[in-house]
Design a protein around this ligand. Structure first.
Ligand SMILES: C[S@@+](CC[C@H](N)C(=O)[O-])C[C@H]1O[C@@H](n2cnc3c(N)ncnc32)[C@H](O)[C@@H]1O
Length: 267
């Protein structure tokens, strides 16, 4: 995933310094102030995201769900825990470059639990999914995959593949961190780039043949305290110079994840 750092004009971002959330929104902010809270905070975040995806899937009947760009299973595992046992999952990831080894990590995690029996792991590019037949999948999901397909042609190819493997009236749902901050930032932000807006996704999904497009917002965020913020920012490719320049601010404010837009449509 790409993150572009902006230090001028302090506009939109992958992470934003932490403005206070207003009353009534506290439950939507997960706290990761200290290092001991980091793993739990991410687990809680993805569990809630899985809940959000499933609430959008609603009463639809499904046996096979395919997750594209499953990574190391951040969303895969909470999804599997929440769906009925009869549901089988196909987890697809190219596991290359900065993500190399992620699919193996997921395989290892799954083998330690009963969940593994319900998952088929496929190492493949989402633009040409190997080993999945036409019209064989009921639901397709992804989180933070589309931003890794930054050109229209790449996105269109992947969406075309999703169209091929989905059964008629099959449903798909994709989450993306928003490129706009939820609250006006107080200082620098790390821009989440590229990020497809719902409008852009609507246009391309429609072109591919999808129907019944809708957008929802996942309004949960994580606040990372200083040490966690540095760790996360390094993971996103922040340079030491940038971290040094904003050290005081990071100490004071930490960082906060942007909200997600979640787009859904039907074949
Ligand atoms: C930012 S990670 C997101 C991982 C996970 N879905 C999550 O929500 O944390 C993007 C994932 O998409 C995978 N990916 C990127 N481009 C891909 C492609 N063309 N085909 C399949 N997987 C891809 C990467 O390998 C990586 O695991």
């Amino acid at each position: 995933m790409a993150a572009k750092f902006m230090t001028a004009h302090h506009k939109t971002g992958m992470f934003q310094l932490c403005p206070e959330l207003g009353p009534g929104k506290k439950g939507m902010k997960i706290n990761a102030s200290g290092p001991e809270q980091l793993v739990g905070a991410w687990a809680k975040y993805y569990d809630r995201l899985a809940g959000h995806f499933l609430s959008q899937i609603g009463q639809r009947k499904f046996r096979t769900i395919l997750e594209a760009g499953c990574g190391k299973g951040q969303l895969t595992i909470p999804l599997l825990r929440r769906v009925p046992n009869r549901v089988e999952m196909i987890a697809v990831d190219s596991s290359r470059g900065p993500y190399s080894g992620w699919l193996d990590e997921l395989g290892k995690a799954l083998r330690k639990t009963e969940l593994g029996k319900r998952v088929r792991l496929i190492r493949s590019d989402a633009k040409r999914i190997r080993g999945v037949e036409d019209e064989s999948v009921d639901i397709i999901v992804s989180n933070e995959l589309l931003c890794d397909l930054p050109y229209d042609s790449q996105l269109e190819k992947a969406l075309g593949e999703f169209y091929r493997i989905l059964r008629p009236r099959g449903f798909m749902i994709h989450g993306e961190w928003s490129s706009s901050p939820a609250v006006e930032p107080q200082a620098f932000l790390v821009k989440h780039w590229p990020s497809w807006t719902p409008d852009q996704l609507f246009a391309i999904m429609r072109r591919v043949g999808f129907d019944k497009f809708q957008v929802t917002y996942f309004g949960t965020t994580i606040h990372f305290g200083y040490v966690n913020a540095i760790k996360e920012l390094r993971g996103w490719g922040a340079t030491e110079t940038l971290l040094k320049r904003y050290d005081k601010l990071l100490k004071r404010k930490g960082i906060e994840l942007p909200f997600e837009h979640v787009v859904q449509c039907q074949k």
